[in-house]
Ligand binder design. Structure first.
Ligand code: ADP
Length: 261
């Protein structure tokens, strides 16, 4: 794709020559195409929670219901609202990331501190799960955007909690390798069958079974994780088996001591 930004008519070698200056806008066109595609996919995804919310509200308005029925309807409406809000926030983040509007504020990020901060927050917020860190204090630093890396961790921890029974433990850990720092989020939850372990990173993909359908979610959390990790030159993967818990690993290029100075 090219866009003409200027035109001129010149005498060259005794002839009138018409010149056009064009710039390559292929990348911009591709961005626009991706954005349109995302918007239509998200509008489609919004339809389900909105229909449920409208249906249950209408039911409450038009029927005499007892307290228990009322509570059930409100619970569903609440869950769907949560789902919608998560969908929109993940969508916006993804969009921002793709459009590189988030200025990549790159600096050394200490992985140990990142894990400790996230664990402290989730340990305080989640009363039904234990969130712990097992990580050597000197695991090292990676070069990246702290806010985005925190988002990665936060999406993984909230999934670990969401897909684990009450009372489960979520353990965060990290190790330093030769060129990379790897951290992980391990849960004792429902696990993921091998055939879905790649697919879960795809946009809107959710493993479909009754247990999981009860959980709010839009299937964008792991897509965002994968995009952020890839933008940092790293990779993310999962080791899991049904009913045996899951461990999500994120490996990022390590910063050398000389770089950290
Ligand atoms: P969401 O949780 O909103 O559905 P995600 O993109 O975060 O979307 O996850 C995609 C799917 O991967 C989930 O619907 C779920 O089926 C599966 N999944 C993600 N994390 C876990 C986990 N820790 N344990 C079991 N299943 C998981």
């Amino acid at each position: 794709w090219y866009q003409c930004i200027d035109k001129a008519i010149r005498w060259t070698d005794g002839r009138l020559v018409r010149m056009e200056i064009a710039i390559d806008i292929t990348e911009r066109k591709e961005m626009e195409r991706m954005k349109d595609e995302m918007i239509s996919a998200v509008s489609h995804e919004m339809h389900t929670p909105l229909t449920a919310m409208m249906g249950f509200t209408e039911f409450l308005l038009e029927n005499e219901v007892d307290r228990e029925q009322q509570k059930n309807c409100l619970r569903t409406i609440y869950k769907e609202t949560e789902r919608l809000s998560e969908l929109i926030s993940n969508f916006l983040q993804l969009q921002r990331l793709r459009a590189s509007m988030v200025k990549f504020r790159i600096k050394p990020v200490q992985v140990g501190l990142l894990l400790a901060d996230a664990a402290a927050l989730y340990a305080a917020a989640s009363k039904k799960h234990r969130v712990m860190v097992e990580c050597p204090p000197d695991v090292g630093a990676v070069r990246g955007n702290e806010e985005q890396l925190y988002q990665v961790l936060s999406n993984l921890i909230s999934n670990a909690i969401k897909y684990s029974p009450d009372g489960g433990e979520v353990v965060l850990g990290a190790r330093a390798g030769e060129d990379a720092v790897t951290f992980w989020v391990k849960d004792q939850g429902i696990g993921i069958a091998p055939e879905f372990q790649e697919k879960i990173f795809e946009r809107f993909f959710r493993v479909d079974n009754t247990d999981r359908r009860k959980m709010g979610g839009a299937g964008l959390g792991l897509t965002l994780v994968r995009e952020i990790v890839a933008a940092h030159g790293g990779r993310v993967w999962v080791e899991s088996a049904p009913e045996a818990g899951s461990t999500f690993y994120v490996s990022l290029p390590a910063m050398r001591q000389s770089e950290a100075a």
